[in-house]
Design a protein around this ligand. Structure first.
Ligand code: TK8
Length: 347
């Protein structure tokens, strides 16, 4: 950066911080020959520190601070302390927050293409999801982000979702009838649960525990590690291993912050997001496996959900998939399916 310009920016930053409280969330001061400035980046997520998403964020912080000799520090906020996924994404767009790692699902209102990952029973395994997300299809969706003030650096994993409720065990399609189920703020999820005869209520994540406790809703669905870390077992009696849909997390940085970074800084941040993501996916898969026993020990009654019932669901919801694959981009959807078929040796 030119000396003069930098001086001007520092000159502007001081009154901003003092008089207005804050001009943006990136505090910069000085720079070095290596092209790395001292800055603090603020990162917020919706889940607790102990959840694999929190562990991944801690790993990201560790890598960045190490690679920049502590010049770039990461201030991490957990548990939706800075708001839920949609709110934090808004913070990135407004330049009041630097980094967040939301589920892709509540973002479909802004970036509709994320919706192609919301179709039930799309991925058979975490590895299939990795291949699609880390491949050309995942990248094409990330390419849509900069026009919305966001830069997507990597996909992490929230995982396969399972249903909990406080009314009765759900082991057949019929059991969904009339259940008030909280969904993410996502039109595919909403329509899917409607098709199953349930009564879906979209709501931000941090409101779910209280809504379950107060019984304004009967159930919710999330990966096992989340059901455990957020203690939903305290207010839910039944867990069905539906694994009905996979949810990715996407590692986002505000475009304003990104554009302010030097190339060297961008490289470090991007590589750290990817490396921490690999760590996070592994930790997540382990946590989801181990969570089942812990949930049982907490007293939640667990039942399987048979392949036969899953097939019935697939058939029932096909019109929803037809509708939204058109809306989100038939080409992208086809490209994804071709990749999956190839991986499965189906063509
Ligand atoms: C946390 C959310 C959560 C998601 C949901 O910020 O909303 O149910 O599964 O993990 O992203």
């Amino acid at each position: 950066m030119k000396k003069k310009l930098k001086g001007l920016m520092i000159g502007l930053a001081i009154p901003c911080l003092v008089v207005l409280g804050a001009c943006g969330s990136t505090e910069t001061s000085g720079s070095s020959e290596t092209g790395i400035q001292e800055r603090t980046l603020r990162a917020g997520i919706g889940l607790p520190k102990e959840h694999p998403e929190g562990q991944g964020l801690a790993k990201f912080k560790e890598i960045v601070e190490e690679k920049t000799d502590g010049k770039i520090t990461i201030d991490a906020y957990y548990n939706a302390q800075l708001g839920d996924d949609q709110k934090m994404v808004g913070g990135l767009q407004a330049g009041t927050l630097d980094i967040t790692i939301p589920s892709t699902s509540p973002m479909v209102g802004t970036i509709k293409q994320f919706g192609i990952f919301d179709f039930p029973f799309l991925f058979n395994s975490g590895e299939e999801a990795d291949a699609v997300l880390d491949g050309p299809v995942g990248q094409k969706v990330l390419d849509k982000l900069p026009q919305h003030g966001l830069v997507g650096l990597a996909y992490w994993e929230n995982g396969f979702r399972n249903l909990t409720n406080s009314v009765h065990p759900v082991d057949s399609v019929e059991d969904f009838e009339g259940l008030k189920i909280r969904t993410m703020q996502n039109e595919v999820h909403l329509d899917v649960f409607k098709k199953l005869g349930a009564n879906p209520t979209p709501m931000p994540f941090s409101e779910v525990f209280t809504a379950l406790e107060g019984q304004t809703i009967d159930g919710q669905e999330n990966p096992l590690a989340t059901i455990l870390s957020n203690k939903f077992y305290e207010v839910q009696d039944y867990l069905s291993l539906t694994k009905h849909v996979y949810t990715p997390f996407v590692f986002l940085i505000s475009k304003m912050t990104w554009d302010d970074l030097s190339e060297e800084e961008q490289k470090i941040i991007k590589e750290a997001a990817i490396e921490a993501g690999e760590y996070q996916r592994k930790a997540n898969r382990k946590a989801n496996e181990e969570a089942l026993e812990e949930l049982k020990a907490e007293g939640i009654k667990v039942n399987e959900f048979s392949q036969k019932e899953k097939e019935k669901i697939k058939e029932l919801i096909q019109p929803v998939i037809d509708k939204y694959s058109k809306k989100y981009g038939e080409d992208l959807y086809q490209q994804m399916n071709e990749q999956l078929k190839k991986m499965r040796g189906e063509n």
